[in-house]
Design a protein around this ligand. Sequence first.
Ligand SMILES: [Zn+2]
Length: 488
Amino acid sequence: MSDPCGKLCVMATAWIDRTRDEDDAWFEVPAGPKLAAIIEETEIERLNGSQQISFLKACERMTSWAQAFSATSMAAALNTYQADAGTNGPGIDSRADDWAETEIAAALHVSPRTAAHRINTAVIITEHHRQIRTALCQGHITYSQATVIAEAIATIDRENPHTAYDIGYDLLEAVLPTAGNYPPARLRERTRHLLDRIAPEAATTRRKKTLRERTQCNLWNDTDALATLAITGMTIDIHALHQHLTAHAETLRDADITLTEEASGQHPGNQSVDGSEQIHGQPTNRTLGQWRVAAALHLAGIAPLGMAPSPTDSHTPSGKRDTPKLDIRIIIDLPTALSLANHPAHLPGYGPLDPDLARHLAASGTWTRWITDPITGHLLDDGNRRLPTAGLARYIHARDHRCDAPGCSRTRTLDIDHVPTYATNPHTAARTLSLACITHNRQRENAGWTTPESHTWTTQLGRTYTTIPYQPLPQPDPPPPEPDPPPF
Ligand SMILES: [Zn+2]
């Protein structure tokens, strides 16, 4: 493997702080109100360097202590949801955990996935293996270290349902006493080694399962009209693929340089084969990363937008995309579409687009465009579709993009949701419609959640959230009002 240091970078596996800080007021004071009072009274600017570090560690001890209570509270909220399951009607029992996740995600402003992970960790730490909570409260381990241990316990629970408690107990006996000496990544390694030693038969099964679960190809959107495609697989396969892409990228780049040199000798001012303008005799100024992406697209038979990857390529002529037809929509405001303004546009599911590219795409017959009023953001033109109801539905999907429930980020299988309900307000218009995933639309009442008005959600536990709808074309805040002139 490549080594950024140019030599082997070796990080110690674990370490112990041997400094004695007996003179510090917070030395060996257990986390709790007394330590909190000492922390609050301490004048940090009067501490010397060593004391500042010692004080930092005392603060972290308090943080771990508070996080133990946070975990207990999270597990308690889950228990409340599970205890109430079924009291609001059928269909909620198996989903109590999901609703608890949504509640926690909404309260803490995290994704449901993060909430689920934190709840699982909390339950393991505070209920299944309370010795982890004790170590946390005593400041022997941090919450990150506790999370690593809880993840290992969760793995045991999945793989060895009948002997999980015993294996977990043995693992904690081996790991917990010294866990505080390890950074989380090293602790994860150590925990895994010890687990393989304690339950060797499960190790092989786990590796096969991990390969099956984690071999995947994921797509997500970045800013500036970029998206990322990430492939995770067997190390050896992925390295081979990367080498192949690099070699192909270098071939494309070398061919580009050669062709540029020829072109500059024979036809001054010529355009490059990829449609981009070139300076005489200068190769296209692309990074190797860009060439690698071009190589990947080229191998798939796709010409990168606005440029052909290979000078010698005959089946992907310059400027044409040899791709399957995609129904791609774009939201653009009227002045920008008419080139009278340069507001950013939006590609639903992809993110913001710069106005130049947006106009270029909106002008193309193969794209569906929505043109909106620049002030209200309301729909002015429903593209080239005939049926207004279907058009309105498509517009709502593009406008709102994801489930309106707080803490839910689902962007697929979404219902068009009448808020308030259609029975109380039988009016179908953009302003009375929003999106909700199947769970949050159809199971809402059973779960004891309500939406009394637009973008307002009241949870089973009686908490109310106002959601701020997704803004495909966000408007800048209005300027602050002019201050009153001075009275003289
Ligand atoms: Zn939802």
